[in-house]
Design a protein around this ligand. Structure first.
Ligand SMILES: Nc1nc2c(ncn2[C@@H]2O[C@H](COP(=O)(O)OP(=O)(O)OP(=O)(O)O)[C@@H](O)[C@H]2O)c(=O)[nH]1
Ligand SMILES: [Mg+2]
Length: 360
């Protein structure tokens, strides 16, 4: 599952990307057109605690993939051009969700493409930019469909034409696809387009190092119904923190009056934005957190580990993280009756420790 990091030019996207993924991509490149791909570890105290109990050969955390793309909006590129074949950047087409970084830091050394720092303005610029890019793709597809449908009345194409016409009208009213109330079956027909305004969006406010303790509201950012509240970070500070050893990091954080880096909060929120949760497997070989969609059944969880486990699934032995910690071992949890036996349709809950019995 991949999150695309978007924002206007010089908002600190690559800086944040480095902080999240431990990368070292060049920042301050204003105008660089590279896409950076990286993987961020989802910190999880439960995995740490389980690892201390089992002393496994290997400990594996869940991960989230991030793609850092060059600035959008009216920054470097100007408004999206009609003839542009890449109205939806390919790196974003396949993204499952978007992280929108909003610049709130002042730094005379880093010119703002619109001269003044105004995250509320940039938020609407970016929202509109996503809608316009989708609109261009819809318009081009409609032109093509019009010809096709005129020649031959293929029922699939006729339906797509009608659907896209509705989408077009709503986009023209500046309603993002995600807010158009399109039913799941129709949404899946649209998936291939990779529409940007159909992707869940998390706003992150880059406030720089001076105003790190402030809340998003202090920057005049309005709260939007149904959207997660923006997360406040100092991207450059986070980038520096990511490079430090643990003991140095403590000192650095204390200097800024912070308890912990914002990095983990951003990664967690991204993970949740993707609709994911974790279940755990434990043992002497490996303690591991496995990401699965929230509400996924045991059979799907088994398949995440290995296709054999799905194919030959017999049952799952499940215990909640808390019950396991209370019991101290799988055997003790079994004796206490907190270890349950569940079937293939069992809805796995976050943090549960699972052992799959299978036979192939
Ligand atoms: N003072 C300060 N500078 C920052 C902060 N975050 C980023 N910068 C600086 O802003 C400049 C641009 O940062 P980048 O991360 O390259 O910005 P970007 O959004 O990736 O820019 P483009 O890829 O060109 O769109 C760099 O010089 C960063 O060091 C911050 O929190 N505080
Ligand atoms: Mg960049």
């Amino acid at each position: 599952m991949k999150i695309g990091i978007i924002g206007i030019a010089a908002s600190g996207k690559t800086t944040l990307f480095n902080a999240l993924t431990g990368g070292a991509a060049r920042t301050g490149g204003y105008g660089a057109s590279q896409v950076h791909l990286g993987v961020a570890r989802v910190a999880d105290p439960r995995v740490d605690a389980l690892s201390e109990i089992f002393h496994p050969k290997k400990t594996t955390y869940a991960t989230v993939e991030f793609a850092d793309v060059p600035g959008l909006g009216e920054g470097r590129d100007g408004p999206p051009a009609g003839a542009d074949s890449e109205t939806i950047p390919p790196a974003l087409q396949g993204a499952d969700a978007l992280l929108l970084l909003l610049r709130a830091f002042e730094d005379p050394g880093v010119p703002h493409p619109r001269e003044s720092v105004d995250p509320t303005r940039d938020l609407s610029v970016m929202r509109l930019d996503l809608i316009l890019r989708d609109l261009l793709v819809v318009e081009r597809r409609l032109e093509r469909l019009k010809m096709l449908v005129a020649k031959k009345k293929d029922p699939g194409e006729v339906a797509e034409y009608a659907l896209l016409q509705r989408v077009q009208a709503a986009l023209e009213e500046e309603r993002p696809l995600l807010a158009q109330g399109i039913p799941d079956e129709e949404m899946s027909l649209l998936r291939g387009f990779g529409f940007l305004s159909a992707k869940p969006l998390l706003s992150v406010l880059n406030v720089g190092e001076d105003r790190i303790g402030d809340a998003a509201g202090a920057f005049g950012l309005p709260a939007v119904d149904g959207e997660v509240a923006p997360i406040v970070v100092g991207a450059r500070l986070e980038e520096e923190l990511a490079e430090l050893e643990d003991d140095e990091r403590e000192i650095f954080l204390a200097d800024y009056g912070l308890e912990r880096p914002a990095r983990d909060r951003v990664i967690h929120a991204s993970f949740e934005l993707l609709g994911l949760q974790c279940f755990m497997t434990v043992g002497e070989d490996e303690v591991r957190a496995w990401p699965i969609p929230r509400g996924a059944p045991a059979l799907q969880a088994a398949g995440t580990i290995h296709s054999d486990l799905e194919r030959g699934f017999i049952r799952a032995e499940v215990v909640s993280y808390e019950d396991f910690m209370d019991a101290g071992s799988m055997a003790a949890a079994r004796e206490r009756g907190t270890l349950r036996v569940e079937g293939r349709d069992y809805e796995v809950r976050d943090g549960e420790i699972m052992h799959v019995r299978f036979n192939v």
